[in-house]
Design a protein around this ligand. Structure first.
Ligand SMILES: Nc1ccn([C@@H]2O[C@H](COP(=O)(O)O)[C@@H](O)[C@H]2O)c(=O)n1
Length: 608
């Protein structure tokens, strides 16, 4: 079946309609999935991308399936698993919030992702783990605790994350947001012990608590939970499978059970990644934004094999999230594929998009603007667009400070998705810049001081990376950045490495394959389901700033910055000068315009 992705490939004004007769040609998968006796479908970091990716230029059509298509796929695969008489589990590693109009485009009085999560609840997940984006705002954690978790029936895990609530006597108590662990038995009778671990995140809101992974494994509940030997430890969590704390959890389990199979399903760094901690374990991470669906299979054998010391045969695959992939692997065609549940989920999401008015048009983008596929600064950079064009316009609208010269600074990670040429609507605005961060300022800073802040902020990150082997102090600082949530660099490094390693420029020029991810991980064989040419990738700084005004160094200006970086910015400001010790008391609100509104205001002005 030659299917395609997207009927609105040519008319973005119908962006939120179901694709019936798709037109964009998509490559079929290269080979069938390898099934084991235990199989897992894995999602992570979906961030509200439940209607998939809807733009016509590649790589977007690769990811043009939606949650309804995914639900149909899962249902067919479950049936295949029954026919093959094997187990098939469905697992998610967290970050349901912050990312698209479906999660963040709610009307006043709503709660982020509350409506979108009603559709996720309908999927037969066996385990879901909490992510850091469930914790930036207490109201979101509260919504998970009161509305989402109860519907999951013990399958939502937050091993090291608590929420503070009132008990019946109106005393405050700290309780896990979900369950700390889950023990269950599969259809084929396998006993599984699972966890849901969050990395050492420190950027969480008040009245939520994240225990460090190192402390979590010392807890009595942890010892009790892993004491009895299951057939498999399923360690799910919102934590990258490389360069993070999974070894702490893995080793704690291995200390008690030297041979028991362990599967780790991680997330957070938005990359496709896999490694094998030992011969009886595999760790998989399945990308981001409903772009990738992870597949992991294992031949665990019968209980006597479980006790053996032989290496286990594992397999992993990264599936592009579209109907061609789904139909191929579930052995369906375009007519037999949709299930009633899948169709109802798609329709429900489309209704939600309509209710939230996500097609509301701000303007027509004259060209593509990308986060890292164009150099920064450049005309094609969405970072340049945001900080040099959009922010200086939108943040000074109706602002009494408009006539005072300024430098504006934000974190590059605040920009989450590329802008495509053509109609720019509410959904595009939120996808590009979803956070409701506020802009603050410090007034009367000498220009000579203010202009040192941006390079110093970036040097704190960049030099650190260059001298990683030389300086433990700097390594610790980078780790601190990651704990606060600055993980974007990992994804950028991944894209950069893929471009270099796979001769990106040559492959793109040959036009033999469509653009997409080309993964090199540490697991045997090829992981990608479809071979692509890698995306272009340019290094971007951690922080970006508007042009420095051409004035003398002693001119007093406003230093404007997003509140997400306030703590670091003050630290740096106090390093680059010592005349004044700047604290939160020197900081005031610059405008009521939040970061997620900047691009829309600009588009209304410049793209109409
Ligand atoms: N209020 C916020 C929250 C987060 N960010 C950016 O998101 C990054 C973390 O997102 P992950 O999906 O990687 O967990 C963080 O590094 C920030 O760049 C933000 O800008 N504002």
């Amino acid at each position: 079946a030659k299917s395609c992705s997207d009927e609105h490939a040519h008319d973005h004004s119908h962006a939120h309609q179901k694709r019936l007769f798709p037109q964009t040609q998509l490559t079929k998968p290269t080979r069938p999935l390898e099934w084991g006796d235990l199989n897992i479908i894995h999602t992570t970091d979906t961030h509200g991308w439940l209607l998939g990716h809807q733009h016509a230029s590649f790589p977007e059509p690769n990811y043009s399936g939606d949650l309804g298509d995914f639900a149909s796929f899962v249902q067919h695969m479950k049936q295949l698993a029954i026919e093959k008489d094997v187990d098939l589990l469905l697992v998610d590693s967290g970050d349901l919030h912050d990312g698209t109009g479906l999660s963040d485009g709610f009307p006043a009085g709503g709660i982020d992702a509350h409506d979108a999560n009603q559709f996720i609840k309908q999927l037969p997940y066996d385990i879901m783990a909490i992510g850091n984006h469930e914790l930036y705002d207490y109201i979101n954690t509260w919504d998970m605790y009161t509305n989402f978790v109860p519907a999951l029936g013990g399958k939502y895990l937050s091993s090291n994350v608590n929420i503070t609530v009132f008990d019946v006597n109106k005393n405050t108590i700290d309780v896990p947001v979900g369950n700390r662990f889950r023990k269950f038995t599969t259809r084929k009778g396998r006993k599984i012990t699972s966890l849901g671990v969050l990395y050492d995140f420190t950027g969480n809101d008040v009245n939520t608590t994240v225990q460090s992974v190192a402390d979590m494994v010392k807890e009595q509940w942890f010892a009790d939970a892993i004491a009895e030997e299951p057939d498999l430890f399923l360690l799910v969590g919102h934590m990258p499978v490389s360069r993070d704390n999974w070894p702490t959890v893995f080793n704690a389990v291995r200390a008690v059970h030297a041979q028991t199979p362990i599967i780790i399903l991680g997330g957070h760094s938005h990359i496709r990644d896999c490694n094998q901690p030992d011969g009886r374990s595999m760790a998989l991470e399945s990308g981001r934004y409903m772009e990738t669906i992870g597949w992991l299979s294992a031949n665990l054998g019968v209980r006597s094999d479980v006790d053996s010391k032989n290496n286990i045969s594992f397999n992993r695959r990264y599936l592009d999230q579209n109907r061609v992939t789904y139909e191929y692997h579930s052995q369906q065609n375009n007519h037999s594929f949709d299930t009633a549940q899948g169709q109802s989920i798609t329709q429900g999401l489309l209704n939600l998009a309509k209710k939230y008015d996500l097609s509301m048009l701000f303007g027509t983008a004259p060209q593509d603007y990308t986060i890292s596929r164009n150099p920064y600064p450049s005309n094609g950079s969405s970072l340049t667009l945001f900080i040099n064009e959009a922010a200086p316009y939108s943040l000074t609208l109706n602002n009494t400070r408009a006539n005072i010269s300024n430098i504006m600074i934000t974190n590059s990670g605040s920009q989450r998705f590329d802008i495509y040429s053509g109609t720019f609507d509410k959904n595009d605005q939120i996808s590009a810049s979803p956070f409701t961060d506020a802009f603050m300022f410090i007034k009367d800073l000498p220009l000579g001081v203010a202009q040192e802040v941006l390079p110093a902020l970036n040097t704190a990150g960049a030099d650190e990376r260059r001298r990683r082997d030389l300086s433990e102090v700097l390594r610790v600082r980078e780790r601190e950045m990651e704990k606060r949530g600055y993980i974007d660099r990992r994804y950028m490094e991944w894209l950069d490495e893929m471009d270099r390693r796979h001769d990106g420029a040559v492959k793109r020029a040959s036009h033999n394959s469509t653009l997409g991810y080309v993964t090199s991980d540490s697991c045997p064989g090829v992981g990608d389901d479809i071979l692509h040419a890698p995306l272009a990738s340019f290094d971007i700084p951690d922080f970006i700033g508007s042009d420095t005004p051409s004035l003398s160094n002693d001119t007093l200006i406003d230093l404007v910055f997003v509140d997400f970086i306030q703590e670091q910015l003050l630290e740096i400001l106090n390093e680059v000068q010592n005349t004044t010790t700047y604290t939160d008391s020197n900081v005031a609100s610059y405008t009521d315009v939040l970061s997620n509104a900047v691009l829309g205001l600009y588009a209304q002005h410049a793209w109409n």
